[in-house]
Design a protein around this ligand. Structure first.
Ligand code: MFK
Length: 546
């Protein structure tokens, strides 16, 4: 009988996830913790089922049918099975609704669900993120009519009444720079606003609503003249004729997600607030979707490491199982340490968001949230790509073979660094946050997180690196060009310092309960280095590009 390699098995993503269990044990009051268990358990079951299904069925992509047999325009999108299951899972386990409950733990509890559901959902979490963001932006707008109209659908616990929302910003001329938006908003003779234009990346084309940026006719150029509108896409069960799906995108990854190019040909629209400063109005949505991005990035890392760790116990080479080879074990442990740091930072953002929204936060924590949100997004986006790439390598050639289900992890991970703002755009956003109370807020927070740590070495490296970052900022803040050129290095440094300090807080809590693993994650992560500051340029950048 020829040798056949045993495939990796996915252990239960909730029951065997000590990080999530420990975080919830530390933060949640006992009653809330117990009440959450059933939903998380079922979402973990769903993830295991979805992995087994993906390993035993042919992968599908959504299919767009533009015309029916008789020549009628239908723009029908057929979805994969996981996407068809999306509304039932989402509403049945309050994946969105929990985040908008009236208490400070709502966001944390919702993001715990997102973390478990994400990979199994086949990026159905993308439109969920946007729906969550739309609900948040609508609440921030104070527009009572739209809130009463849309929120009961967005936050529904019944699949029959549940609506998804899109976020229509990106255009051919305006990707990162949404100030180049060409979509025009025009009032018809009855005073109804209607949108005319082309949106180039519509990730929730199957949604029932969207928030869209558009330029009211006659308003000037630039971002300040844009307005934010709410639109609906359906007339009962028919897509509105003023919304035309041109085609689905052929993407590197996230194949199950039906990202589309669309035309708006007079789609009725309602402004959220004033007919200007749309970017400012959409910012609450961006910050929520960026938090989702971070949590989903760590969910992908968790999946990749979980499979690679399992495989290392099943595969023999050179007379040993992989996990008994020192270099392989070291490689996995390095991945685990960085993942634990990324997990700590992403879930701190989730927890802070709920605390700030419910007035339960300390004075400095609003500025802290503003700073940590882009940091978590930009750092976890890059780390997810590196981690998934390393995890694939842990399988050797098998990691490069489609029907193992592994390459998809890497292809999908690449999107975290791109959508919702690229790494560089988010690094520049970090500069915006640092121009306010961000630096003081971070210093105060880090001091608090390190307060009881008995890892003196780690605490000292974190403090020293933060001081180096503060000196770098002081030194370079006079020259915009130098500041921007170094923004990514600065952002990575701050993200790593914050994550390390959060790991230290978790390690202190866990050590007191006899678990020494977070303390070793902290030592290893700090050992990998926190400082990513860049030296001044001396003109080399231009020379290198000549
Ligand atoms: C599975 C995971 C789920 C993930 C969901 C995936 C969804 C995928 C779909 C997409 O990818 S949609 C496309 C996403 N596109 C972007 O994220 C755009 C990226 N570009 C930026 O973020 C730019 O930084 C930005 C467009 C915001 C800059 O535009 P401007 O015109 O240069 O903005 P400006 O003048 O700096 O800021 C305008 C206002 O917004 C300012 O406030 P004021 O008017 O009061 O001065 C800013 O302070 C404010 N602002 C900007 N970013 C902010 C913010 N406020 C709070 N938070 C922020 N992040």
């Amino acid at each position: 009988m020829e040798f056949l390699q045993a495939a990796p098995q996915l252990s239960h993503p909730y029951r065997s996830d000590r990080l999530l269990q420990a975080l919830l044990d530390r933060v949640l009051p006992a009653g809330r913790r117990a009440a959450l268990d059933a939903d998380l358990d079922v979402l973990g079951d769903y993830a295991v089922m979805a992995w087994q299904r993906a390993c035993s069925t042919t992968r599908r992509k959504p299919v767009l049918t533009r015309w029916d047999a008789w020549g009628r325009r239908v723009d029908r999108v057929e979805l994969t099975t996981a996407w068809q299951e999306g509304p039932v899972i989402t509403t049945g386990h309050a994946v969105l609704a929990a985040g908008h409950e009236d208490h400070e733990y709502g966001r944390l509890e919702a993001f715990a669900r997102v973390y478990l559901y994400h990979v199994a959902s086949e990026f159905y979490t993308c439109p969920l993120a946007m729906t969550d963001g739309a609900a948040t932006a609508l609440k921030a707008s104070g527009n009572r009519a739209l809130i009463e109209r849309a929120l009961p659908h967005f936050l529904s616990r019944d699949p029959a009444t549940f609506w998804l929302s899109g976020q229509w910003m990106t255009e051919t001329a305006g990707g990162s720079d949404v100030g180049n938006t060409e979509t025009v908003a025009r009032q018809d003779p009855e005073g109804q606003w209607r949108l005319y234009g082309r949106k180039w990346f519509s990730s929730a084309v199957v949604g029932e609503a969207a928030l869209a940026l558009a330029r009211p006719e006659g308003a000037g150029n630039g971002a300040g003249a844009l307005a934010l509108f709410y639109v609906e896409t359906m007339d009962d069960t028919q897509r509105k004729p003023e919304l035309v799906i041109d085609r689905l995108k052929d993407k590197l990854g996230t194949h199950e997600l039906p990202t589309a190019e669309i035309h708006l040909e007079g789609l009725p629209a309602w402004p959220l607030g004033e007919l200007a400063h749309g970017v400012r109005q959409v910012a609450p949505m961006l910050n929520v979707t960026r938090s989702w991005n971070a949590v989903c990035a760590v969910a992908s890392m968790a999946r990749a490491i979980r499979l690679a760790r399992d495989y290392a116990t099943r595969r023999q080479a050179f007379g040993h199982t992989l996990i008994d080879h020192p270099l392989h074990a070291r490689t996995l442990a390095d991945m685990q340490a960085s993942f634990e740091a990324a997990f700590a930072l992403s879930f701190e953002v989730a927890h802070l968001l709920g605390r700030v929204e419910h007035g339960a936060a300390a004075v400095h924590e609003a500025a802290l949230l503003r700073l940590l949100t882009p940091l978590a997004k930009l750092w976890t986006g890059k780390l997810a790509v590196a981690t998934c790439s390393e995890a694939l390598e842990c399988f050797g050639g098998a990691g490069y073979i489609e029907d193992t289900g592994l390459p998809q992890l890497l292809r999908d991970a690449q999107v975290y660094a791109i959508w919702e703002g690229t790494t560089n755009v988010l690094s520049l956003d970090t500069l915006r946050a640092l121009a306010g109370d961000g630096p003081d807020a971070l210093r105060t927070a880090v001091t608090g997180w390190l307060k009881d740590s008995d890892d003196m070495h780690a605490a000292s490296v974190i403090h020293q690196t933060l001081e180096a970052a503060a000196r770098w900022l002081d030194h370079n803040s006079g020259t915009r060009e130098t500041l921007e050129a170094g923004a990514r290095g600065l952002a990575f440094t701050l993200a790593r310092c914050a994550a390390a300090a959060l790991l230290a807080r978790q390690a202190t809590w866990a050590s007191a309960r006899g678990d020494r693993r977070p303390a070793s994650a902290l030592r290893r992560f700090v050992g990998l280095g926190l400082d990513r500051l860049v030296l001044p340029d001396a003109g080399d950048t231009r020379l290198l590009l000549d």
